[in-house]
Design a protein around this ligand. Structure first.
Ligand SMILES: CC(C)(COP(=O)(O)OP(=O)(O)OC[C@H]1O[C@@H](n2cnc3c(N)ncnc32)[C@H](O)[C@@H]1OP(=O)(O)O)[C@@H](O)C(=O)NCCC(=O)NCCS
Length: 163
């Protein structure tokens, strides 16, 4: 394994300069990606939004944005809006590092539970959430517009600061 492949992901707040890279990851990861404008809006206009990126070294050892997460903190609830890892960098702990940071941040802001929607067919993402203790607590029938797929509602309650 190369040095770059051994590196730990570094998580930091997203900035406007990251939006092109974030949008590229989104398009590669989702049938219904957010627009670059949506990210710009969340960064600049939504005081409840917390946006993070993860970096790993590229083949020249330069930091590259390889994943992102967006969380909305509404009163004592953290809603995971989106999370994705660039397809070339999956299964290297990027999403786990992002989710850990987002949940830690949410607890510090007073959130006591976390929730999210996930496609019924998205078993990799469900495995990630189960690893953090999320449980399925509901179904939103035909939630996704592209194929009318159901969303599973998953909840982490109580939300405790991850190690
Ligand atoms: C789901 C997703 C974010 C995971 O990102 P990742 O960086 O590859 O995940 P990690 O390497 O941090 O994996 C953490 C854990 O998630 C689970 N997991 C991740 N990918 C998995 C897969 N393909 N199959 C089974 N479990 C998986 C495992 O429990 C894994 O822990 P382990 O490696 O110790 O087994 C990524 O596959 C992705 O971007 N998918 C497209 C977008 C998406 O579906 N987002 C979620 C929408 S709700």
């Amino acid at each position: 394994m190369s040095q770059a492949e051994q590196a730990e992901p570094r998580v930091r707040p997203m900035t406007q300069e990251d939006v092109d890279a974030v949008y590229d990851i989104d398009v590669r990861s989702y049938a219904l990606p957010w627009s670059a404008r949506a990210y710009r809006y969340e960064l600049s206009q939504n005081a409840n939004a917390r946006l993070w990126v993860a970096e790993l070294p590229d083949e020249h050892a330069r930091p590259r944005v390889v994943g992102m997460i967006v969380t909305w903190i509404i009163l004592d609830e953290a809603h995971i809006g989106t999370i994705a890892t660039h397809p070339d960098y999956r299964r290297r702990g990027v999403a786990e590092a992002l989710l850990r940071q987002a949940l830690r941040d949410a607890t510090r802001l007073g959130a006591v539970q976390a929730l999210l929607e996930v496609r019924r067919s998205n078993l990799p993402a469900q495995a990630l959430y189960i690893k953090f203790g999320f449980k399925q607590t509901g179904v939103r029938p035909r939630y996704y517009q592209d194929n009318q797929e159901d969303a599973l509602l998953m909840t982490l309650d109580p939300l405790e600061e991850p190690e």
